[in-house]
Design a protein around this ligand. Sequence first.
Ligand SMILES: Nc1nc2c(c(=O)[nH]1)N[C@H]1C(S)=C(S)[C@@H](COP(=O)(O)OP(=O)(O)OC[C@H]3O[C@@H](n4cnc5c(=O)[nH]c(N)nc54)[C@H](O)[C@@H]3O)O[C@H]1N2
Ligand SMILES: Nc1nc2c(c(=O)[nH]1)N[C@H]1C(S)=C(S)[C@@H](COP(=O)(O)OP(=O)(O)OC[C@H]3O[C@@H](n4cnc5c(=O)[nH]c(N)nc54)[C@H](O)[C@@H]3O)O[C@H]1N2
Ligand SMILES: [Mo]
Length: 752
Amino acid sequence: MPRDSRAQPPILKEGLRIGRPKKTAAGLVGVQKSFSIGLKEAGLKRTLQTMTTVNRFDGYDCPGCAWPDPDDHRSTFEFCENGAKAFATEATKKRVTPSSLGKISVTELSNLSDMDLDKMGRITHPMFLREGSDYYEEIEWNEAFRIISTSINQTESPENVVLYTSGRASNEAAFLWGTLARQIGTNNLPDCSNMCHESSGVALSKSIGIGKGTVKLSCFDEADLILVIGQNPGTNHPRMLTALAGCKENGGSVVSINPLEETAMKRFKHPQKPLHLIGRGTQIADEHLPVRIGGDAALLQGFAKVVLSHGAVNTDFVSRNTSGFEKWKEHINSASWEEIELQSGISRESIERVGEAIAKSERMIVCWAMGLTQHENSVAVIQEVANLLLVGGHFGKPGAGACPVRGHSNVQGDRTVGINHHPSEEFLSSCEEGTGISMPRDRGYDVVEFIQAALEGNVGIYMALGGNLISAMSDTERVAEAIRKIDLTVQISTKLNRSHLVTGREALILPCLGRTEKDPGGFVTVENSMGRVHSSKGSLEPASEFLLSEPEIVSRIGEALFPEGPLDWKIYHDHENTRYLISRCVSGFEDFNSRVRSRGGFYLPNGPRDGPTWSTPSGKAQFFCHDLPDRKIDDTRFIMMTVRSHDQYNTTIYGMDDRYRGIYNARRVVMMNEKDMLEIGASPGQEVDLTSHWGERMTHSERWKVVPYDIPRGNLCSYFPEANVLVPLESTAEGSNTPTSKWIEVSISLRT
Ligand SMILES: Nc1nc2c(c(=O)[nH]1)N[C@H]1C(S)=C(S)[C@@H](COP(=O)(O)OP(=O)(O)OC[C@H]3O[C@@H](n4cnc5c(=O)[nH]c(N)nc54)[C@H](O)[C@@H]3O)O[C@H]1N2
Ligand SMILES: Nc1nc2c(c(=O)[nH]1)N[C@H]1C(S)=C(S)[C@@H](COP(=O)(O)OP(=O)(O)OC[C@H]3O[C@@H](n4cnc5c(=O)[nH]c(N)nc54)[C@H](O)[C@@H]3O)O[C@H]1N2
Ligand SMILES: [Mo]
């Protein structure tokens, strides 16, 4: 039976209820929610076991976000409501077995919502989807590895093989995965980072010589000013609120810069402090600037103008550490206030007020996430952030620095150990020496280039270490078209998702152990958002006896493909051996096995933080000048951003509510300013169709419900992944090629 599976989730009847956005984040409801989700999915025993071992020195790393844990102490419960959702769904008692998959076709499965797919539970056996069949069937592990190795051996060129990584993979799994790709002969290692913080990496590497943040968690207690730009910590990094509250309690200020006033930035009640649960909690943001979507470049230049006009340049730091200051100063002085106000949507008065605070700050941290990274000019905007930090000398001292807040719990580590489609010569030659494998030098594909190559029929095999690329990528239907052209697609996964349903001609599912589970290979390691490498060890009984750890799956593919060496792949089921190999290949990991055993692990070297020193070609940090974007959009059109609701982890949907924003029981919604609603004649809950525009190309998406929301005029907001179909494949950030998921030009038509 031919497959006809759908790439987009089905449009289901949703009973949208619109409430008021919440004034306070976390607190008792957060605690309650954590327990109830756990109980429902995993039962009491497994819930308690996961809750008492998460983020402990000897426990497992929360598979939620990459926010760090305190360096020197841990509380009994070191997690948040949304982390609890992440580990409860992994620890679920529900199972997807060969017999349950044998009863329902892939096409039928694709008519389920993403939430229902995930709720089917953990995959228990390796499964194979044969060419022409619409049903997965059970397959032996050895047979699966044979199919993969035969298929790779038969492809025309290593360039036709692509290995994707999602940022939950451990350092051990990721290092082996990158090494496998390079032994096959390719750097085709696209990863979720390409859709996430790639812009931060590209921008910061050029500005300050390292593509990572430069602060430690303890810096939050010491900062006198923290800017939180384009980030929703209450939902996506709830433990960050404790750090922001710490800054407030020590007399510092927090400024939120976001088209939406996200709940947690108003008030926060610490779920682990009893008095907080009853009291009013801590007010987080002292000031909220409702910037227009894409208006940050202008706003940051406005701040810089104020800093310069106050003569608040740290001249000693600037002259010793930087280059390009004079040119930048001229550039900023010539920027027009009128344009700055217009693009940012913020009055000069407000910009001056916050600008003055920046000018006075001695220890400033700037935090940001997807609100800055997923725009056409993201690299430029992040370099404006770096400029602002440089002019005040906010590097190389406690309480100050850059803080790109990472998403997936090990996305930063994966990049450090080699998940990179354009690795440096230094990295490759060191890996060659450590592994004995000669490695390719040609640049590989990022996610967008991979899809473009597959559309042209140039990808034979695609293997994914976790993730759900079909739903995570822009331009859903074109991505599906590309994937369907591939001969064999392989997903190493824990739960079912749409990437198991929209596949190549043949497809394999290789089910793996999750973070929470006992691993016969020992503990694994991860790197948090602040560059600290530490262990992660699960203790739950595995969901099925047939699961293998991710590193074992990768090493068994290596074994099947390269029985002759030079690497003895079979010893890498044991993570200790892999760490030894990493210590020989990756700088900063010397003596890895013993250092990672110290309490809480160790920090990787970080020039701008530890020195400051700068690994740039000039040996100095660099000021960059960028003109403000010149984008005119038609008066009748809107700019739409796509964000996460409170009830999802990327493409995994836990529930239908976005509690903090007061939107219940619906996901196919578009938030809109009430004045704009009036102008187009839309009422709350009204059904509309959306069309995105990219040059002449138009993409339609039907049946969205309008929700009146406090958002700048001309701006709209919808949820990822439902709205991804509207993001054009070619619409990407300059320099990082990240899809512009926060800048989609759309028009709206009312449905009658
Ligand atoms: N519970 C939970 N935790 C998660 C995730 C999850 O899905 N669920 N995902 C993880 C991952 S991989 C990541 S990358 C992070 C994502 O963490 P966030 O970046 O916080 O996630 P988004 O929901 O994309 O929110 C982006 C924020 O940027 C704002 N924004 C959009 N456009 C602009 C703009 O032009 N300018 C400014 N200043 N702001 C803008 C939006 O209003 C929104 O508040 O979270 C991680 N943690
Ligand atoms: N429109 C729009 N698109 C976006 C974004 C946006 O803000 N807007 N954000 C982008 C961002 S920041 C990111 S990071 C990407 C996310 O892209 P991905 O990382 O590809 O997607 P996830 O939804 O995190 O992947 C979820 C799947 O991972 C698998 N999984 C879970 N745990 C494990 C594990 O322990 N091991 C293995 N092997 N598999 C596991 C499960 O099968 C689950 O279904 O999406 C991007 N796409
Ligand atoms: Mo991300």
